[in-house]
Ligand binder design. Sequence first.
Ligand code: HDD
Length: 706
Amino acid sequence: MAKKTTKVQINLVSIHDQKPHRGNGGELHQFAEDGAEVLTTSQGTPVADDQNSLRVGARGPLIVDDFHFREKIFHFDHERIPERVVHARGYGAHGFFETYESLAAYTRADIFQRAGERTPAFVRFSTVAGNKGSFDLARDVRGFAVKMYTQEGNWDLVGNNIPVFFIQDAIRFPDIIHAVKPEPDRAFPQAQSAHDTFWDFISLTPESMHMIMWVMSDRAIPRSFRFMEGFGVHTFRLVNAKDESTFVKFHWKPKLGLQSVVWNEAVKINGADPDFHRRDLWQSIQSGNFPEWELCVQLFDQDFADSFDFDVLDPTKIIPEEIAPVKPIGRLVLDRMPDNFFAETEQVAFMTQNVPPGIDFSNDPLLQGRNFSYLDTQLKRLGGPNFTHLPINAPKCPFQHFQQDGHMAMRNPVGRINYQPNSFGEGPRESRELGYRHFASSEEGGKVRLRPESFADHYSQARQFYISQTEPEQRHIAAALTFELSKVETPVIRERMVAHLLNIDESLAKTVADKLGFQTMPKAADAAMPTRQDLAPSPALSIVEKGPKRFEGRKLGILITDGVDANLLKGLIDTVGKEKAVVEFVAPKVGGVTASDGKWIQAHHMIDGGPSVLFDAVALLTSSAAIEDLIKEATARDFVADAFQHCKFIGYDQSAVPLLEKAGIAGMEDEGIVSLSGKDSLPSFVSKLGTLRVWAREPSVKLGKP
Ligand code: HDD
């Protein structure tokens, strides 16, 4: 007899297959006099007047009968859900993950079995400390959370753009977050780590020293989400069909290379465009320039783990790429913006516990604590256990279980049987073969609260990070520490921090102490491990070393005026276009300018609204007729002076020389100040742009030099 089957839970339609709630497309669909769909209440009742509430007479009180008014206001009153307690400000996009080759030898995870297979993915980037409405270029860690809708359920790789974390044990997480968030009595500063409570906690927490070096580096002020790395941080396990385990660390590498801004630029971007990062992602995806990352793995076995200088379970440590090479195993492409920010980016629920068969956890105590926290937080944020019914969170593979009811249950079991085992032959059953099998590691020991000694060296890798940076990057770290500590009002906290820096790099400590105006140098902090190992530098840790070497995906801002040389402008646009980079025009008036050939060119920004901090490089294409007026504009002079201070390339035609002079650049010309007048000057200018910055200029402009 054929087995009776009951479909317990139906497959979800994606949000894109759903009809928008405006207009049901059904037979009763009605149209207003002007042909638009008729506005209805959420009960479907057609609305006659949405502008005036029901009242007694023209000037009398409102009437409770007005169900339309009450429903509209009630719904509005409930529009907000709690923002994430961390990573509140974020921006997401859809895309896919494509597997390069079968990894069956290491993992049974279905996503890694077939070369060329594409798995739908959703990514949310975020800052950590700021509220939902804070600005994009805070000095902060960036979240890099990836949800992959695999054939065996969702895999969430909830990482950051920094490969280590502040603390070694999840039990300390509320403390570090309380310390960095606005101080509880005064509710400021917003989205800043530059205040007493943060540095108080950090200076009392030596395990945070490695991460602090990353956060004080340019990694914490990325130019774009598209130009930053992502890291799974923890050691995970891959487990193959024979239940054999290999340790793994996950890395996302941006195809367009790494790039950050300088601090002075970040401060100005936050004013000029607080949505700089989200606008950048939006514009690049909407214009078909889909950002891409490679997923890379560092694979290692127990022998390597045992012989490595540090504990692979310690999330404050990396394994340098020079020691365990990163192997690319697939690519992630983001090619579609959400249709609705709230439905998708706000309601997406990432959970480190979401792993498919073949991917498992290690005993990293931070990871294990996270596995508790993420499920718990979604209940609070999304209001009940049925958040998995939301299209953005539901698996895209078939799923069937006996969970039922609860608030807002939208996908409900049908039929009589909602338990197992049952003797009706209905409903889903477990499968030892296909189901998730936790790796059977042997564990033993008494119940203790302690930190293993193998987690005790807090300075060696902090130093390794610092000495792996190029000179400008080291300068930026010193400047960032100086800036942040200058905002700390309690002198002893500053001293405690410098005492730690002495254990990382003496010259760094001295520079910071000097710039903070210390009269005497404190003693080096007592270290749990008395000796600091001198590890070899790892060039892979430097952004400058990993720079793009080309201008692709970047933006040139061209300052134009009436009378701009039409041929030169066209030549520049074409040459930049060949690099797959973007140009935007900045003009005295946003309406635009008339070029030398009489044609009208629309501008993207007026000078006030398009400061040079919004661009990776600038060009000044003016005219002798317009330059006199232009140099009177403070914002035009700032445009050039800022580009110069931020070590950007500046191309110019002869007519713009007075502007360079007025901006204070006369006599300071270097390889980055490029005349665009000569033959072949355009290709040579645009190829130079690939190096992005003229760092050799930096000491002379003093910015970033503490
Ligand atoms: Fe976390 C959100 C990344 C440690 C508790 N975390 C959150 C997000 C990212 C990370 C990217 C935002 C996800 C999204 O876009 O929705 N968190 C990390 C990384 C960590 C880390 C890389 C260390 C390696 N987190 C961590 C610890 C705890 C949490 C130790 C708690 C014990 N994290 C949370 C949370 C959040 C969160 C409270 C807030 C919103 C959410 O989860 O969904 O549960």
